[in-house]
Design a protein around this ligand. Structure first.
Ligand code: AHR
Length: 502
């Protein structure tokens, strides 16, 4: 017997809000092989004169990332930015205390900006300052080096290093995961709140137009969650624009049904942080709204032993190189839907990370670059998810999960683009059965299905590898029809779907 259909209602009069293109950001950390042999590999056959792998650049462009966060992550909390600028042969090798690796510093700020510029004219850098082992003075120096045009020691130093034009970095993270005891220079909420506020006010003396992100909790399960945000925002409310959120999901003890519902947690996390921001704003009688920078999110198998370093103090070790299945890609698609459904408050989001380290793009040193399964939902959402998110009404059959109770089988959102077309993003969480979908389109002049594309596979463990890089990729679904303002489609079992209407 086939399932009861899930119903979706769309009406352009009811919107969540415009999508900030920065929702499709990513993240490059000095961690494992993300930088070295990931994006940067002098001597590789595809490397350009700066040592940037052009095969990786092509995939980064295809992925459609809009923001790239750098240089960490946990790495930033022990980082001296000066180590990564100037002549290569004068750059020091240092211990990276976060990942217990050795950092050669052969790639630094200038190389990163060159990489971002090559990635595309609309790709924006997002820098983090070290508030673990360092403070206000070093953050000021970094912003002056990066952004001041000329005529001071630091800006002239940048020019002497070959970068005449200022980098114009607008987005700055005030530290990283400072609530975590694993963080070098970990702080209490009171200590961090004061430091973040002082740093933010000082940076604004250089440029009041900077967009500043205060650290929120490292994840929703932190004991200090919500109290941390409230304390930090009480100190920083007037001085910052965003608060950060980080979340990683994995299948635990074979509980795939709960894993497929990971976005339930992400949406609850977002809504709790919005409530906390607005509570602090109300207490301060402020009309300003703090937005959310979900600057680390992904599927990450942290519980797997091979996720962590085997031998200490190696250079560019193979760590956190998760190989993603089609199941992971469906979950990642659902997390993208969660972000879009909150586009009114989530203004920046970064898939962590970009290359090799829990990443959509993989490389072999001296060899190929290829797309993981998770590459595809991200690329499609970035390409077709620009415009205004519609406040869709979902009426779906549910299934039982151990972690979240009854959860709708359908997870969906819709984005209306400037030309009036609509793209539906939909996940069927049912592992075994197809899900019929009925969509009512009110007040939308749509008359044809441009394409229904799906990512699904008979083998839930199917993955892409260097030997079989195209094993999992989106396929075309026939039979979806739009007649008299109603769309009928069938979503394959455990699938990510992109249905474009014009
Ligand atoms: O993305 C990997 C790590 O996860 C980051 O360095 C850190 O910020 C988070 O805990």
């Amino acid at each position: 017997m086939s399932r009861t259909a899930a119903r979706l209602t769309l009406d352009p009069a009811f919107t969540v809000g415009p999508v900030d293109p920065r929702l499709f950001g990513s993240f490059v950390e000095h961690l494992g092989r993300c930088v070295h042999t990931g994006i940067h590999e002098p001597g590789h056959p595809a490397a350009d004169a700066d040592g940037i792998r052009t095969d990786v650049l092509d995939l980064v462009r295809e992925l459609g990332v809009t923001v790239i966060r750098y240089p960490g992550g946990n790495f930033v909390s022990g980082y001296r930015w000066e180590d990564g600028v100037g002549p290569l042969d004068e750059r020091p090798r240092r211990l990276d205390l976060a990942w217990r690796s050795t950092e050669s510093n052969r790639f630094g700020l200038g190389e990163f900006i060159a990489f971002v510029r090559k990635a595309g004219p609309r790709v924006e850098p997002m820098m983090a300052v070290n508030l673990g082992t360092r403070g206000v003075a070093e953050a000021l120096d970094l912003v002056e080096y990066a952004n001041h045009p000329s005529g001071t020691e630091l800006s002239e130093r940048r020019i002497a290093h070959g970068d005449k034009d200022p980098f114009g970095i607008r987005l700055w993270c005030l530290g990283n995961e400072m609530d975590g005891t694993w963080q070098t220079g970990h702080k209490t909420a009171e200590e961090y709140g004061r430091l973040a506020a002082e740093t933010a006010r000082a940076l604004r003396r250089i440029d009041p137009g900077l967009e500043l992100v205060a650290c929120g909790s490292s994840h929703r399960g932190m004991e200090t969650f919500a109290a941390w945000e409230a304390t930090v925002l009480a100190e920083t409310y007037d001085a910052v624009d965003h608060i950060s959120l980080h979340a990683y999901y994995e299948e635990v003890d074979g509980d795939r049904d709960s894993f497929l519902a990971s976005a339930v947690d992400m949406e609850a996390f977002i809504e709790a942080v919005v409530a906390t921001c607005d509570h602090v704003g109300a207490r301060l009688k402020s009309t300003k709204k703090i937005n959310l920078s979900f600057d680390e999110w992904n599927v990450w198998y942290q519980r797997r032993p091979d996720s962590h370093p085997v031998e200490e103090w190696q250079e560019a070790p193979r760590i956190l190189e998760d190989v993603y299945t089609v199941t992971d890609a469906v979950v990642l698609g659902s997390l993208l839907i969660a972000l879009l459904r909150h586009a009114d408050r989530v203004s920046v989001a970064c898939l962590a990370q970009l290359v090799n380290v829990i990443a959509p793009i993989m490389t072999e040193p001296g060899g190929a670059a290829w797309r993981q399964t998770t590459f595809h939902p991200f690329a499609q959402a970035s390409r077709y998810g620009r415009g205004t998110v519609l406040d869709v009404r979902v009426d779906s059959p549910t299934y039982g999960t151990a972690r979240f109770g009854a959860v709708p089988l359908l997870h969906a959102t819709a984005v209306r683009n400037d030309a009036g077309g609509v793209t539906l993003f939909a996940v069927n969480r049912d592992r075994n059965q197809p899900l019929p979908l009925d969509v009512t389109l009110h007040g939308l002049e749509l008359n044809r299905v441009v394409e229904h594309s799906a990512l699904a596979d008979a083998d839930p463990e199917a993955r892409n590898t260097v030997d079989e890089p195209e094993r999992v990729r989106p396929h075309r679904v026939d039979g979806s029809a739009l007649t008299d303002g109603r769309l009928h489609a069938v979503l394959e079992p455990m699938s990510w779907n992109v249905i474009r209407l014009a």
